[in-house]
Design a protein around this ligand. Structure first.
Ligand code: SF4
Length: 438
């Protein structure tokens, strides 16, 4: 951000511009204004720079990480590979169990995409429980993770004591892990949020390693009944003020968003964030638009994510089918990511991003041509597309056919339409040449 404000287009800005089919100067201006971030810790080797902002292609994050009850390092690295294979633009290591430093180190070393963390998880464990947390320990852990090469950190700096009474009116209360840990600490100590009181110290660390702060929404609604309430918007106001303080120190900032929101309130939520936080990139989790489909929350939330992205959200945090039920495995990571890539791409098409629609048009041409190989190649999930096609058309020669098992040769509308169009063209050609067809 410092370079951007000095008018310097860095190597990272150039790389982001190339990947977005935009000019380097455009990216520089977006970063300088705080409308885009390039999370790129100076210590994260092998990182491919990535831009996140409303005026850039919508990005998708995948959460991975070991819980206290399940998973191991190999499984987490498999999840990382799966996540990147299916298009995760960033990953967050949300590990709360095992050797947290080693897991993080392995994930950063293996990841070419930006890696995010939530340092309060480790801080809560390191002190032997949240009640023992001290500000010194918290800053030490933030600095250690920055030294390891973490590109962005979720820090719930805007959850203040004055917001806590507002939570009493809620149906579900606080559903953010970081938010609930901090609320517990504040009530226990009768003190203000240490991430808020020591925000300047945090900024110094983030500036040193070029860590982007993702200002967490500790009070995001965890059910439709709690959506868009005073607690959520009170915290958002505080996040807006903190964003301005971060920018004053040239520290890049994103704003995290809900959560569970009825479909008709999503656009208003995005508009509010953009106004209060002066277009700082909005990073939303879902939102889930109905609470009644556990096992399918990659779908309930991808519906909300599409709307949020269309309204201007810059990055979508995926939700897997396991949400509300358990720790996702590699299959869940894939299902969540595909759902979110669809959401992000649909929004990119609708917002007219450079090149977004070209992908759809190429697929449509391949369909009209019955070019099945091309269709598989262009598919967001080529393996599944191929397997589904071949499942009902297994004979080798049928795979090249100008129909599929959905309608069969007699009723294939694409085939019939192609025949009809061919006939119309013949008639038009004959008319032009003055020789009527028989
Ligand atoms: S058979 Fe039906 S589904 Fe299959 S290509 Fe033809 S129109 Fe499409």
């Amino acid at each position: 951000m410092s370079y951007a404000r000095q008018g310097i287009i860095t190597e990272q800005m150039r790389a982001v511009a190339a990947s977005e089919s935009l000019e380097g100067e455009f990216i520089r201006a977006e970063v300088a204004a705080g409308r885009a971030v390039i999370p790129a810790n100076t210590r994260h080797r092998n990182l491919t720079p990535l831009g996140i902002g409303t005026n850039l292609r919508c990005k998708v994050n995948a959460n991975i990480g070991k819980s206290e009850l399940t998973s191991d390092l190999d499984e987490e690295l498999r999840k990382l590979t799966t996540a990147v294979k299916y298009g995760a633009d960033t990953v967050m290591d949300l590990s709360t169990g095992g050797d947290l430093d080693s897991i993080r180190e392995a994930i950063i070393a293996a990841s070419k995409v930006p890696v995010g963390t939530v340092p309060i998880y480790q801080a809560a464990k390191a002190g032997g429980g949240i009640a023992n947390l001290t500000i010194e320990l918290l800053l030490e852990i933030i600095e250690k993770q920055a030294q390891q090469g973490v590109d962005y950190m979720t820090l719930h700096c805007g959850l203040l004591r004055e917001h806590l009474p507002l939570v009493d009116r809620r149906l579900v209360g606080i559903v953010s892990r970081g938010g609930s840990l901090l609320a517990h600490w504040m009530l226990d100590r009768g003190a203000e949020n240490p991430l808020y009181t020591h925000f300047d110290d945090i900024l110094r660390i983030c500036r040193r390693y070029d860590v982007t702060i993702s200002l967490g929404d500790g009070l995001r609604p965890g059910c439709l009944a709690d959506a868009s309430d005073a607690a959520q918007f009170g915290e958002l106001e505080a996040l807006g003020q903190l964003a301005r303080r971060a920018w004053a120190q040239d520290v890049q900032v994103m704003i995290e968003g809900p959560g569970h929101i009825p479909f008709n309130e999503i656009e208003m939520n995005v508009r509010k964030e953009r106004e209060i936080c002066q277009d700082a990139p909005f990073y939303v989790l879902g939102p889930v638009v109905t609470d009644v489909a556990p096992g399918y929350d990659h779908i309930t939330s991808a519906i909300g994510a599409t709307m949020a992205a269309f309204a201007g959200a810059a990055m979508l945090c995926y939700v897997t089918p396991k949400e509300h039920l358990g720790l996702p495995n590699a299959d869940d990571v894939k299902a969540g990511l595909v759902a979110y890539r669809i959401a992000a791409h649909a929004a990119d098409v609708a917002r007219g991003r450079p090149g977004a629609r070209d992908w759809d048009d190429a697929m449509s041409r391949a369909r009209v041509d019955f070019d099945w190989e091309k269709q598989f190649e262009l598919a967001m999930d080529p393996e599944t597309a191929r397997a589904m096609h071949d499942e009902s058309m297994p004979q080798e020669n049928y795979r090249r056919s100008d129909f599929c098992s959905m309608c069969g040769p007699e009723f294939c509308s694409m085939r019939l339409s192609r025949g009809a169009r061919g006939k119309l063209k013949e008639e038009a050609d004959a008319d032009r040449l003055g020789c009527p067809l028989p």
